[in-house]
Design a protein around this ligand. Structure first.
Ligand code: DX5
Ligand code: ZN
Length: 243
């Protein structure tokens, strides 16, 4: 089984059936629920606030991670925490005092993560990563669901993985945007351990459970491929030593 975690993003859910859709994702093996919060300023879109978090908190046991695509994250932290949030992802680009924001999240007893946009270099994380539980590498520009995965972000996922191995191995490498059964294996091979997926899960015609299964199958095949590669490497080295 794959150890990669799936975080369905409810941005793509049918809001008239939100509770039911979250439960379906939970029963299909979701590891957490990803909540995209947008303020119309940091990104050109509006989405949801603490009231939604409070409602879904009642229907699921899963951790709720809040992706704050807003220009003043500090102002809303307490309200989202009181609504039942478990972790916060704040943007590098929206914050001149990231260290302070991360400390505030920790003071609230929540997990802290920093998100970086496709054009933001990973090097800036060097000075904050030791305080983080998650790094979110955006694989689309934030603001909307159903965008195309930006393949140019793949080497950066690898650089973030390398940084985390060196400075804070317990930290998760998460990716967000354009993740489906084709792009998920690319992100995982590059070093991601948590995948956010919105339209590939809630937008799928065959339903949430079947869509989750399709992603899980794609991820399990990576394990098979890796195992096959390890087996053949082992056989090669055994052959060499017996020659
Ligand atoms: C984009 C959001 C994503 C979004 C992903 O700004 O941060 O979480 O829901 O949606 P898909 O999976 O459809 O690209
Ligand atoms: Zn998101």
């Amino acid at each position: 089984m794959s150890v990669v975690k799936l975080a369905p993003s409810i941005l793509a859910a049918d809001f008239a059936r939100l509770g039911q859709q979250v439960s379906e994702a939970e029963h299909a093996g979701a590891d957490r629920i990803h909540v995209d919060v947008m303020d119309g300023r940091f990104v050109r879109n509006l989405s949801m606030g603490p009231a939604i978090v409070q409602s879904i908190r009642r229907v699921t046991q899963l951790p709720l991670e809040i992706h704050l695509m807003i220009s003043d994250p500090d102002f809303f932290l307490e309200e989202f925490a009181a609504a039942g949030s478990d972790s916060f992802l704040v943007h590098w680009e929206s914050n001149n005092n990231l260290h302070r924001t991360v400390q505030r999240i920790r003071t609230l007893g929540k997990r802290a993560g920093v998100a970086i946009n496709p054009a933001t270099a990973s090097g800036g994380l060097e000075e904050i990563v030791q305080d983080l539980d998650q790094v979110l590498v955006m694989t689309v520009n934030p603001g909307f669901g159903h965008q195309q995965f930006i393949r140019a972000t793949l080497p950066k996922i690898g650089r973030v993985r390398e940084l985390i191995e060196r400075r804070r191995p317990a930290c998760e490498v998460e990716v967000d945007g354009g993740i489906d059964a084709t792009t998920a294996p690319l992100a995982v091979r590059a070093g991601a351990t948590v995948l956010v997926a919105g339209s590939a899960i809630f937008g799928a015609r065959e339903g949430v459970a079947a869509a989750m299964k399709r992603l899980q199958t794609a991820l399990n095949h990576i394990d098979d491929e890796t195992e096959a590669a390890e087996q053949s490497a082992l056989q090669r080295s055994q052959r060499c030593s017996s020659e």
